[in-house]
Design a protein around this ligand. Sequence first.
Ligand SMILES: Nc1nc2c(ncn2[C@@H]2O[C@H](COP(=O)(O)OP(=O)(O)OP(=O)(O)O)[C@@H](O)[C@H]2O)c(=O)[nH]1
Length: 730
Amino acid sequence: MNDLIPVVNKLQDVFNTIGSETVDLPQIIVVGSQSSGKSSVLENLVQRDFLPRGSGIVTRRPLVLQLVNVQDSEDSKAVEYGEFLHMSDRKFTDFSEIRKEIEAETARVAGQNKGISRSPIHLKIYSPKVLNLTLVDLPGLTKIPIGDQPTDIEKQTRILVLDYITKPNSIILAVSPANVDLVNSESLKLAKQVDPEGKRTIGVLTKLDLMDAGTNALDVLTGRVIPLKLGFIGVVNRSQQDIIGNKPMSEALKAESEFFKRHSAYRSIASRCGTPFLAKILNHILMNHIRERLPDMKARINALISQTTQELLSYGDPALDEKTNKGALVLKLITKFSNDFVASIDGTALDISTKELCGGARIYYIFNNIFGTALQSISPCGNLSVQDIRTAIRNSTGPRPSLFVPEIAFDLLVKPQVLLLEQPSLRCVELVHEELTKICHSCGNQELGRYPRLHAKLIEVVADLLRERLSPTSSYVESLISIQRAYVNTNHPDFIGGAGAMSDLVKKSEKKRKEYEKLNRRANLGGNTTHISTLSGPSISSKDDIPDGLPLSDKESSGSKDIGLQNGIGNNSSWTQRESFLTYFFGSGNKSDRTVLPDQPLPSRNGTSVKTGIDMGELEKKLDNGAIIDDAVHLTDHEEMEIQLIRSLITSYFNLVRKTIQDLVPKAIMHLLVNYSRESVQNRLVSELYKEELFVDLLQEDENLASKRQNCKTMLDVYRKAFDIMNEAM
Ligand SMILES: Nc1nc2c(ncn2[C@@H]2O[C@H](COP(=O)(O)OP(=O)(O)OP(=O)(O)O)[C@@H](O)[C@H]2O)c(=O)[nH]1
């Protein structure tokens, strides 16, 4: 039978080069509670003292121990020596040096008398006295932290041990001292957790010589207490006294053999007890185990080879890039990037997210929802107080209070209101610009991962292009607002006009008057003596009857059409004055009578300009100081009516301008920013980046990726070697 243990050792060596545990190799894991005798068992197997000793936890890092059998040749005796993976150039022929090195290496990684470390120490021992075996010695299971050990040392050890013994390819060597009740054996408890059927656990009973006189472990050793398929083996190691007295290994072995032969209970099973039998059985078990697992391992390595090959392919082949035309590659990547950009805007990109709006859809969302809502949230006269309007009226009429609402006041007040549309419009441009920038960041991610420089350049060029378009688009949008403010078109078919506003006002006050009358009548009928006329609404039979309590809302006039003066209120003889006022204000069809007004700010008394409707805080401050008007609180009916009218007119006019802006701004942005960049992106990228002198720099590979590729190559190499080793063995 071919010895398969060297095969696993070779595999272990191969995998050690990458420090990877990707393949679960068959190995024997030594588990036991502290001072159960694990180290003694291992030393007996090696027939050498080489493990650190002391109180507390001595084994604080896993020790992967490969025992390699070397035979004496005809003319020379085989040399016994040890070799560490971490210093493979040194052969340790002095085994006490091996112990020192284990101690130093443990302290180096796990600290002095501190906790434990998961990182294993690899030691190979070549000797004619050993059978081929691979064993892993683990920290002893402990309950109580000692010294400055971490408080969770028990948990840490348990996790580490479980990690090793859970792997289905590991064989558990559960060491238990015979002088402690087996029910309390920590190693057997843990082994049962991961191997409940006891298929891959072998029990080792130490300290049989220390059992109470008259008791023995025959029942355990013959499998009558705990049924483990691989059985229990009893050993007698050197006692502490033997160790102190430097009892040679050979003597200890002899003494062990004598013990079993002479012991009345064990005599019958003496050939199946002791360290040499343990070594033989372990070698046998391990070899069978390897033979059993090899086909699976081969399949696993095969799968790893294909996976890694696939991964390697995904990193591309730099040698291939050398051969292909660099220019063609740059052009291909540019085209892919710009196609991605266009596809994202058009909403035809393949990897469209279903979780959030992106690209084009997001631009439409900005137009329809964000911009739309921002515009709608502006109240046409929300920032205009009664005082503002009255001040505007008074300043426009000159020193003598006029009977009529002057057109100049409406004009002065409405223009700053239109300016309120500018800020959300410009913000809309910015938002779309941001969105386009985001789009360009997400383009070509897959292909360009390899070429970070080219990727960054592509983004930079598109970002420049977008930035260039930002200013003309914003200017255009600004001018759209300026255009609206340049001329207040009171002739616009959608504008309510003076007559319309007046008619609305009349209708509303008429309605209110009727309600008051009704209430009054009811009150009188019900014998209520309260005179409701104190609350009474107005009649509009004379100028003084303009409603007192009329709400000064700005929402009332929108949507109404200009109703001719005659149709609405012309029959009322008392309307002569109002008729003349309306004729004055909005003309009787002869527009040439109307004053043409410059877009001037409202002059204040101290000579500084006050922008109506915008810097209301300032205006109000002046008001408070009595700088503009002193009778701020009392409004005449006439003034109140004028204010109401002006509000209606502003609201109607503002609404129609807002509608226009809401329509024109998105169109302008699409034309000047989105479509422009969409159409020019490819050309711009080619003209900026398709330059022969740039190719080498642009196609510089990502360093990270280069190292990933290198890693991948190493792994693939290891897997192939492992595969070859297994092929030879099978
Ligand atoms: N008499 C006798 N003493 C033993 C036997 N096995 C181990 N000992 C003693 O028990 C003590 C602990 O043994 P170790 O081999 O160091 O135990 P360990 O499980 O490796 O201990 P840690 O590494 O600290 O967890 C030592 O003093 C050994 O000499 C045995 O079979 N008989």
